[in-house]
Design a protein around this ligand. Structure first.
Ligand SMILES: [Zn+2]
Length: 333
């Protein structure tokens, strides 16, 4: 008890001076250590001789940096609030889905800096980007408004260089379409050939020469006056002929050939069949169920909206074999 209560006393003034000195020296010592570690991390100041690596090794480094390019680029930070009415906000029609936004770290490009290194790295990296990534091109009310007069020059939808378009191998086009974007008052009287947006797409994609897979996804934005079927119908009828000149007199470039056209709504839908070229039928268009079974050939440019609707929702006999037996029963009766 006595010992605990007694205050600490120093044996001599020398001891207390040493303690004070050590206390003053400790922060200086730690600062010196910190400086040494920093210097070691920075190396001796010489850059790594990256350009002296063999090209195959440089390619391996580039491949670690690859990111799918998005046109237009996604917004820097997409904030998603949990309201069920969010789909009504035009902001939600943006180029990427929530998953894509997540995957891309809210649209922050991690590998853009490499383009700034030098011309050789720029061209080497660009070559890998074009060969190994999927380009995502979006058209939505954000970057397209239908021209008010037929003669007005519309501004470019995507800002991509011709050089890049020439080289790209895989490309997904997302068409987020409102009825306004068809540019007509009555979709029933519209001729798919006359759609200004489809012509502009052919024009802007005319440089695409080496593409191996080009897919189109048509998402129809709900409208109280229009059936979304019209948007799907006109989009697929206008664009499935890309890659071929529909009329010999047409001045519009044919553009690249599409491989697949899929359809969706901005709300729940029963699941639509999709169009894809059939390798067993000379790459002609055919209709496929959601599970990838062929449900019948496409009839081409002459398809009416009624026939289109029937193809879009025709039941798959492979997924529902009972339909075949129903037919047989009817025949027997
Ligand atoms: Zn099926």
């Amino acid at each position: 008890m006595e010992r605990a209560a007694s205050p600490p006393t120093w044996k001599s003034p020398i001891a207390s001076a040493v303690v004070t000195f050590v206390a003053l020296l400790t922060p200086l010592f730690f600062f010196w250590i910190f400086k040494r570690v920093r210097n070691m991390q920075n190396g001796n100041g010489n850059p790594f001789p990256f350009m002296e690596l063999p090209p195959e090794l440089r390619d391996m480094v580039y491949e670690n940096l690859l990111e799918d390019p998005y046109y237009p680029p996604p917004p820097p930070c997409a904030k998603h609030h949990g309201s069920p009415l969010n789909w009504m906000l035009p902001g939600r029609w943006s180029s990427g889905s929530a998953e894509q936004q997540k995957g891309r770290g809210h649209g922050k490009k991690r590998s853009n800096w490499i383009f700034l290194a030098n011309k050789q790295i720029y061209s080497e990296y660009m070559d890998i980007v074009c060969k190994k990534t999927t380009f995502h091109l979006t058209i939505s009310p954000h970057n397209y408004t239908a021209p008010t007069a037929p003669t007005t020059e519309n501004k470019k939808i995507w800002n991509i260089s011709a050089e890049m378009l020439k080289q790209l191998r895989k490309c997904d086009i997302k068409l987020v379409t409102t009825s306004n974007m068809l540019g007509v008052n009555d979709p029933r009287t519209m001729d798919p050939e006359d759609w200004v947006l489809a012509r502009q797409m052919r024009e802007e994609l005319k440089e695409v020469e080496n593409v191996q897979e080009l897919n189109l996804h048509v998402k129809a934005i709900g409208d109280p006056l229009w059936n979304p079927l019209w948007v799907w119908y006109h989009a697929s009828q206008s664009l499935k002929t890309m890659g071929s000149t529909s009329t010999p007199s047409s001045t519009t470039p044919p553009g690249p050939k599409l491989n697949r056209i899929t359809f969706s709504l901005d709300m729940w839908s029963p699941g639509e069949n999709y169009l894809e070229r059939d390798p067993e039928n000379k790459e002609q268009w055919a209709w496929w169920c959601m599970k990838g079974h062929c449900v019948g050939p496409d009839t081409g440019a002459e398809l009416t909206v009624r026939e289109f609707c029937a193809k879009l929702y025709v039941e798959c006999r492979t997924c529902r074999p009972e339909l075949d037996s129903d037919d047989e029963e009817e025949e027997e009766e």
